[in-house]
Design a protein around this ligand. Structure first.
Ligand SMILES: Cc1cc2nc3c(=O)[nH]c(=O)nc-3n(C[C@H](O)[C@H](O)[C@H](O)COP(=O)(O)O)c2cc1C
Length: 172
């Protein structure tokens, strides 16, 4: 298969790494050669025909390295098939509803409008209190956010499946 796929991610505590790896696993199982890499380790995204980019969300922002990648590679991304995702909300229910329709940091929306990604997903995240520093714990309390692992592996796999469908449909 001639479609080289990149799944690039930015994380602070590892939850988003595992989401990216799950997406990569689904793509590989479908026969798509896929690299899953932390976004700050990507030297040259040129060879990839399709790029999935995701970041953990902290106080409504993507991790700096993911935002930087999006900004620095806007022209290239506009010429590729692109999917974006955020890993964030904790709690039961539709993750986009939990975030009151938030999908992407406001500052990145104009770039996304120009890149025109195939989709922008929001996945439930994982807040592990043991890993957080004092300030982060206080922030969570103030925001009345729940801790725990709310990641929905079925939703993540299903979304990755839609990427497979799109890429394979266009490959024929
Ligand atoms: C201090 C703090 C602030 C957070 N702010 C947000 C937020 O604004 N929106 C959101 O959806 N999730 C927020 N989260 C939840 C994280 O995005 C979620 O736990 C994510 O899955 C962590 O990914 P990582 O382990 O890859 O860093 C916050 C978590 C912490 C600890």
């Amino acid at each position: 298969m001639d479609i080289q796929v990149l799944v690039a991610y930015a994380t602070k505590y590892g939850a988003t790494t595992e989401i990216a790896e799950k997406i990569g696993q689904v793509l590989r199982q479908a026969g798509l050669p896929t690299d899953v890499l932390p976004v700050d380790r990507i030297k040259d995204p040129t060879p990839y025909k399709a790029i999935v980019l995701g970041s953990a969300v902290y106080t409504g922002q993507w991790r700096k390295e993911a935002a930087k990648f999006l900004q620095a590679n806007e022209t290239l991304l506009a010429e590729r098939q692109v999917w974006l995702f955020s890993s964030g909300p904790t709690g039961q229910g539709d993750p986009v509803e939990l975030l009151k329709d938030w999908r992407l940091p406001k500052s990145l929306q104009p770039i996304a409008d120009r890149i025109r990604p195939r989709d922008i997903a929001v996945f439930h995240g994982n807040v592990d209190l043991k890993k957080l520093n004092f300030i982060e714990k206080e922030m969570l309390k103030t925001a009345k956010a729940l801790s725990g692992d709310f990641r929905d592996w079925n939703a993540i796999s299903a979304w990755a499946g839609t990427i497979v469908d799109d890429l394979l449909r266009e490959a024929v």
